[in-house]
Design a protein around this ligand. Sequence first.
Ligand code: ZN
Length: 345
Amino acid sequence: MKEKLEEIRKRGLEKIDGAKSTEELQDIRRELTGKKSELSEVTKSMSSLSIEMRKEVGLQTTEIRNIFETTLNKKEEELISSKSVLDEPIDLTIPGTKVGSGVLHPVTQMCYDLNDAFLSLGFEVFSEDDISSEKFVFDNLNFASDHPARQMMDTYWIEGTEDKKANERLCLRPHLTGASVRYLLKHGAPARFVYPGRVYRNEDIDSGHERAFFQYEALIVDKNISFSSGIVMIQTILEKVFGRKINIRMREGFFPFVEPGYEIDMECLVCGGKGCKVCKHNGWIEVMPGGVIHPNVLKSAGLDPDEWTGFYINIGLERLVMMRYGVDDVRLFHSADLRFLNQFK
Ligand SMILES: [Zn+2]
């Protein structure tokens, strides 16, 4: 019996050594250690042996089985690591793994498009923090001390600073214009720059209004800025964004930081001027207020109003995107609804 087992061991190890592939090794494993293997046959026939012999043969079969397992595993590793990917024929008909990808949010994309347009006109892109102060969002901009926008109902004041004044009374910026003075104080004039960002208003939400939304403001300050250079700026931007000439109209508008001020409307592209929910059924959309920078604002920025003049425009980014794609509800932009956002891929 001992000789027979020794023979099984020797032949088994030779077979393992000669295996050429993992598939072949799989068959050898079954042959050497499976239920129908010679080792299993020996174990089954042990009942006819004496107790002494049974013990000895039992130990020997277990030892051989262990040797087989170890050697088989080692050989398997060898075969796997030496295997080249080119050994397998490549099946070009198998579908590839689909890589998921996202896109820029349409408001971000609009902002980048405008940045490109303004950079090509020689403007600089400037940004400031979302938290500003009463001094920058109201005082510097010629807002009267009793202006309603200063009240709680329009502006989100930061808790604990409501009773303070000027630089110490903090808020989420309700508009971007404060950044214009910050920039001018730092860089002086002449200047041409844009400052995109999110602004916050404490107001009721409906299809045309959100509590947080994106604005885009541009300002030119120089010695001889005419009103017509402001118009050219507006038309250039709209043409760049919409790829064609857009009808605009200007109405007189009042904003503390401009004199004179304008409301610039563009024809509603959702309805083509016929009237719809977005344009409140009058065919025109207020896209930007603008105007000539007020002398008091120039003074806040440390500039002499007799020497310098400037022109502001302020664009609502969501409104522009709504016009560009015919979206009729501003709330969709912040809804995080992928069914909506995936349409911009
Ligand atoms: Zn409309």
